[in-house]
Design a protein around this ligand. Structure first.
Ligand SMILES: Nc1ncnc2c1ncn2[C@@H]1O[C@H](COP(=O)(O)OP(=O)(O)O)[C@@H](O)[C@H]1O
Ligand SMILES: [Mg+2]
Length: 374
């Protein structure tokens, strides 16, 4: 117990017990005789109780001691400090043991309460420190993310200029404007330009991604005919499909209603889905592009007889840079950005995108676009 007591502790441990016993005695002298009760300990017990409750063991014991002295003085025969009868002895004994025990129990409870308060305080401090550290970590992560986004944006913008000159001057060379080329030079140049095209595709994907991340991704919708767009995409990718022995065709009614969409972006989504279907369908397989109107939307599907996707991988598909089987997809090429960009494009149109798939049998990727004039 601390030796340098505070004023509050002095009041609670000394002054309060003395005052309460004083009040008890006063009440006894004023009220109880008129009611015909002669045992002063009846009123001194509450004084000890409150002293122990507020002043702990010190307050309780002090009140007990004073009460024992004052009580034996007040008990019949009145005015004697020492025990005069068995009744007085019994009263004193019961009072002393009762009050002592009460004081001890109160003190133990008080200490337990203090301990749990202390523990709770320590726990609160520990939690606060953890939250503070975590907040700092989150802040650092946000900053790192912002730097990464900025880096991505700068790099993709800066790559465009040199890429444009590679493409531009490459085309001039290929057209033999700067002089005739032999067979081998033509071949090498075509390979170079194909590489530049791929790089261009990648840079465009990164630019789209930076716009999506910055919340600056916009579309310019107008009325468009999905059948024509699908025919264009199939035409572009026909030879790639044919090189793997895949059949690729469109199925849908001639009178498809027009949709309200950004044509360039829809071509981008459909090309990615068909390109994926080609990449992940083994030789000799089939790919269908289908479209039909459902309510106020047009539903477009790309179905393949490819490798399929296991159910637990489906939620990962539309996340950035997510390629499921790294070895297989590395072989197929790509960045893992196509589907996440497609999702952003479709959602910007107010549509939905999804997939149903059976591993080993094939997949059906689908998306919806709003019909024009609804
Ligand atoms: N038709 C499909 N069949 C099987 N897996 C697919 C299909 N389309 C997409 N995937 C899986 O989803 C991943 C992400 O596709 P995507 O975002 O277009 O990126 P990328 O084509 O650059 O790999 C692919 O790497 C592949 O693992
Ligand atoms: Mg892709």
């Amino acid at each position: 117990m601390s030796s340098n007591w505070t004023n509050r502790q002095v009041i609670l441990r000394f002054l309060l017990p003395i005052t309460l016993v004083g009040i008890g005695v006063a009440l006894y002298l004023v009220i109880l005789p008129s009611l015909g009760l002669a045992n002063p300990f009846l009123l001194l017990f509450p004084a000890v109780m409150f002293s122990a409750l507020f002043g702990g063991i010190w307050g309780g014991l002090l009140a007990t001691l004073i009460s024992v002295v004052v009580g034996s003085y007040l008990m019949e025969p009145y005015g004697h400090l020492w025990i005069q009868s068995t009744t007085e002895f019994e009263s004193l004994l019961v009072f002393f043991i009762g009050c002592g025990m009460f004081s001890l129990i109160t003190e133990a409870m008080h200490r337990a309460q203090l301990q749990s308060q202390e523990r709770a305080k320590k726990l609160t401090i520990a939690i606060e420190e953890k939250v503070y550290a975590q907040n700092n970590q989150i802040k650092a992560l946000r900053e790192a993310y912002a730097i990464k986004d900025q880096f991505l944006s700068i790099v993709s913008h800066e790559l465009r200029t040199p890429l444009n000159s590679i493409n531009g001057f490459g085309s001039i060379l290929e057209d033999e404007i700067a002089g005739p080329l032999n067979q081998q030079q033509h071949e090498y140049l075509r390979k170079m330009l194909r590489g530049a095209d791929l790089l261009n595709f990648l840079v465009n994907n990164l630019l789209d991604l930076t716009q999506i991340l910055a919340g600056e991704f916009t579309i310019t919708p107008s009325e468009m005919n999905l059948r024509e767009v699908a025919a264009g995409v199939i035409d572009d990718l026909k030879s790639k499909a044919a090189s793997k022995g895949l059949t690729l065709r469109f199925e849908g009614p001639d009178d498809l209603p027009p949709v309200l969409a950004d044509e360039i972006r829809v071509v981008q989504v459909l090309s990615n889905l068909v390109d994926n279907a080609i990449k992940f369908t083994p030789e000799g397989g089939k790919i269908w592009v289908r479209a039909c109107a459902i309510g106020a939307f047009l539903r477009i599907e790309v179905e393949d007889t490819g490798v399929g996707i296991v159910p637990e991988d489906i939620p990962k598909l539309f996340k950035r840079f997510s390629q499921l089987d790294m070895s297989a997809t590395r072989k197929a090429g790509g960045t893992g950005l196509g589907l996440s960009i497609s999702k952003a494009i479709i959602e910007a149109h107010g549509g939905e995108i999804g997939v149903e798939s059976t591993p080993g049998k094939g997949s059906t990727f689908w998306f919806t676009l709003p019909l024009a004039g609804t």
